[in-house]
Design a binder for this molecule. Structure first.
Ligand code: RET
Length: 232
């Protein structure tokens, strides 16, 4: 059954990557380089889900299964995701470094916690949660301020939409961690996997699609208002 979920995840990420890759031709030229990050996010997940569907990348974390491949995927893609938000908001390099670093730490601590047992496991989870709280703090603080200060109203509104999307949906991951095998074990591995596959596809493809849609609409505006096309 679990292989079925992973195969569905693979299909979702494949379709999402194809859709977003096609979208590359539809977004304004000035935003294309950055847009590639949005294609890379589900693109990386294709590899992860291919491995998971082939039953590669699971290890024993002291009595329960830990999907290493999943953490490697998150370690690569979630920092790219916050990097995109930082670049969109034109925030300074130092803050981008903090965002990316804290997000990477979130995943590293979460993985270490899943591999550990007992109190250490929860200690590492708490460290991960603290790092993630730092990311959220920056996204509502300095990064949001920079978005308001440097962007047009439509772009600043896109920033807020993407930021809220990330914060709300990503917050489900630590809950699944706690309820699943790495935590109190209330949720069995199959259910947790189903929820995570669903979330992975929605967060990765959804994030890109929201941005794609917004840039397409902005491009249309640019047809009637020539100035907007070079506004980035
Ligand atoms: C962990 C456990 C430690 C505390 C926190 C976590 C957060 C994980 C997040 C994962 C996001 C994954 C995404 C994947 C997309 O495919 C590591 C579960 C806070 C935020 C967006």
């Amino acid at each position: 059954m679990i292989t079925t979920w992973f195969t569905l995840g693979l299909l979702g990420e494949l379709l999402g990557t194809a859709l977003l890759a096609y979208g590359y031709t539809l977004v304004p030229e000035s935003t294309r380089k950055r847009y590639l990050l949005l294609v890379a996010i589900p693109g990386i997940a294709i590899v992860a889900y291919l491995l998971l569907a082939l039953d590669i990348g699971a290890v024993d974390g002291g009595g329960h299964t830990v999907y290493v491949v999943r953490y490697v995927d998150w370690l690569l893609t979630t920092p790219i995701n916050v990097l995109y938000l930082g670049l969109l908001a034109h925030v300074n390099r130092e803050t981008i470094g903090k965002l990316v670093g804290l997000q990477a730490l979130t995943i590293v601590f979460g993985f270490a916690g899943a591999m550990a047992n007992g109190a250490l496991s929860y200690g590492l989870f708490t460290a991960g949660a603290a790092a993630f709280a730092g990311v959220v703090y920056l996204l509502y603080g300095d990064v949001a301020d920079s978005a308001v200060a440097t962007l047009s109203d439509v772009e600043a509104s896109l920033y807020r939409t993407l930021r809220n999307f990330v914060v709300v949906l990503w917050s489900v991951y630590p809950v699944v961690w706690l309820l699943g095998a790495a935590g109190i074990g209330l949720m069995d591995v199959e259910t947790a996997s189903l929820v995570i596959v669903y979330l992975d596809v929605v967060t990765k493809v959804g994030f890109g699609t929201i941005a794609l849609h917004a840039w397409m609409t902005m491009d249309l505006d640019a047809v009637t208002d020539g100035a907007a096309i070079t506004a980035d």
